[in-house]
Design a protein around this ligand. Sequence first.
Ligand SMILES: Nc1ncnc2c1ncn2[C@@H]1O[C@H](COP(=O)(O)OP(=O)(O)OP(=O)(O)O)[C@@H](O)[C@H]1O
Ligand SMILES: [Mg+2]
Length: 488
Amino acid sequence: MPVLEELLLERAGLPADTVDHLRLLLDDWQILADLSFADLLLFVGHTLPDAKATYLCVGQMRPYTAQTIYSEDLVGQAFPVTDRPMVGRAMAEQRVIRDADPDWSTGVPVREEAIPVHFRGEVVAVVTREANVATARSPSQLELTYLQSAGELAQMLADGTFPYGGGQPEERELSPRVGDGIMRVDAEGTVTFASPNAISAYRRLGSLEQYVGQHLSMFDLGHAELTAALRSGEPVVTEVERQGAVVMRRLLPLIGHDDVIGGLLLVREITELRRHERALRLKDATIREIHHRVKNNLQTVASLLRLQGRRLQSAEARDALAESVRRISSIALVHETLSQESRQRVDFLKVARRIVEMLGDGLTDPDVPVRFEIDGEPGDLPADVATPLALVITELLQNCVEHAFPGAAEAGAARGGTVGLRFACEPETLSVTVSDDGVGLPPGATLDSVANLGLQIARTLVESELGGTLTAPPVPAGTTVQLVVPLP
Ligand SMILES: Nc1ncnc2c1ncn2[C@@H]1O[C@H](COP(=O)(O)OP(=O)(O)OP(=O)(O)O)[C@@H](O)[C@H]1O
Ligand SMILES: [Mg+2]
């Protein structure tokens, strides 16, 4: 169970919907830390087994925009209530509590603020904002705008309008942060502040010279979505593209007294990122196309051999060609699977099923019914393991079909049987067992003593290509061959 759930559900005993609300807050509070130039801590009330009342720290966020006060991790620590009087006051008075004088207990002057977190009409937790004021100079306009916006977000937290409910942006990790660029707009969508990064991002779109005082519609092609967000009070994340440049924007409406009083527009230029993604997709498509062509070529080779086989008189020569066709087809199967996957990994169960199907189709004697069973999960395998493995499995299964159940003529009575293919995935190895309940190897024989071309191919591939082992453990009936290969 993730730490937060353990802390909130088990130790603090909070109901699940409250935990969900606090999770939303923790997903989104980086912006509050950055705008405040402050460390954030999240506290919930917690009674220790010895009935002592404490505040349990359940979340911590450091600002990207300032130096942190706490180099240590406080999550999971319980503080005696006397250590954090402001947290208690914020809970009791249900309002934002501000420190008049900086606190010097950590060695640097720290200004603290405690913000009650409202959820469903109750205070469920308290966020503290703690800023080091030692470095405070006369603040720039950027800093003033940040601090003002932080104050408004903090008030929204106390009012229960932040964090925003509803869906989260899909690409959270791409979602712009304060440092990427920020604009402030009024309730109608007119810019009142633009950070240098935000201006640079919009310049890439070939927009204006001057932004402050302009309405979004003057320079943002996707302004309709942004102004809609301002009207509805719901945040939005969208992208605009122009002249090959891509800018992602996240609009966070600021709400005071149930009305939208303005908005924060976080802006990030992601042109390079998108270009990179496009290039990767193209490369991926090319690789798949090549696998597709390799598969086609292998299938052509197989058909040529098949055609040639039909014209041969000698049964032995025909069998030899048929076997080659089978081997080539099992390699083609792996390439076919690779041409359908975007990762360079193969869902090997799919390949195994196709091999079994192919061998089943090749069975000709209706008096010797053979049933196949596949068990376990080989998982996704890299292409360089999948190809040799497919070949080895084809050989071993083919042997079961060919040798384990002699037909009516040879055995005197028709009998079929079952062939099993079992996968067992350990963290670092894959073991594959091919077994049948047929006649078994000749008495006293080992894999090496009976090996013809088929088993030789299998052993060579397992040992030199896959770095694994191939063994035939003694079994009471039938034949079992096991191979164990290391997974990269
Ligand atoms: N599952 C099995 N049951 C019974 N005998 C088997 C089994 N697997 C292998 N053998 C014996 O081992 C021998 C060697 O197998 P191997 O695959 O090396 O050659 P092959 O099947 O005879 O020819 P090919 O080169 O076409 O595969 C077989 O001829 C058969 O006698
Ligand atoms: Mg064989």
